[in-house]
Design a protein around this ligand. Sequence first.
Ligand SMILES: O=C(O)c1ccccc1NCC(=O)[C@H](O)[C@H](O)COP(=O)(O)O
Length: 219
Amino acid sequence: MTRSFSAVTPRIKICGLTREADVDAAVAAGADALGFVFYAKSPRAVTAARAAELVRRVPPFVTVVGLFVNPAPDEVEGVLDHVPLNLLQFHGDEGEADCRRYRRPYLKAARMKAGVDLLKYAADFPSARGLLLDTFVDGYGGSGQTFDWSLIPAPAERDFSIVLSGGLDAGNVAEAIRAIRPAAVDVSSGVELHVDGKAVKGIKDPQRIQEFIAAVRGA
Ligand SMILES: O=C(O)c1ccccc1NCC(=O)[C@H](O)[C@H](O)COP(=O)(O)O
């Protein structure tokens, strides 16, 4: 596990991209990482072929993250055959062996709710580049809901890097950064087009992306 790193200005991952315009908007706004969902039950899911088209627009030094939920090994291998992923993200019930078998850097998602022992969870994934802390929901993720940040150990108590996720947006991310001091933050719903107050999953809003990144940098 990567030693704990609490950034003054955390890195920024924009997740759930499905369109060229949104990839371009996230890159132009200064995102450090782009997430592509390879989980068929998600409205944000893309195929390997589609992801390969989108990833061709990503310049060097922007991390391309592939997200999986309890995948079969041939599913991940099939994506890796076509898409130049820099980092894998496992968001289901995978064990460490399931994650490290591809010999790629990976993040393990910890789905947060009362009673989750993060220090123990991190110890179960010593090969992970970090833990992505997300809200525990039935559909595994992408909920647009926050979780109780007090469940997260203080920086001095952590021996692992945190990507904070779950319901972040331009309105709460600065507070989250000050409270948690994560190495990175991750967002999907909070930078999507909203209609009648609800996120349109998979359709990003360039202005919300810019506002989110500005809020991170101003934290
Ligand atoms: O985004 C999804 O649709 C999704 C579906 C199933 C598992 C994980 C999923 N997303 C994982 C992510 O990394 C999201 O960015 C994260 O859950 C935060 O989403 P949000 O609360 O909408 O910002």
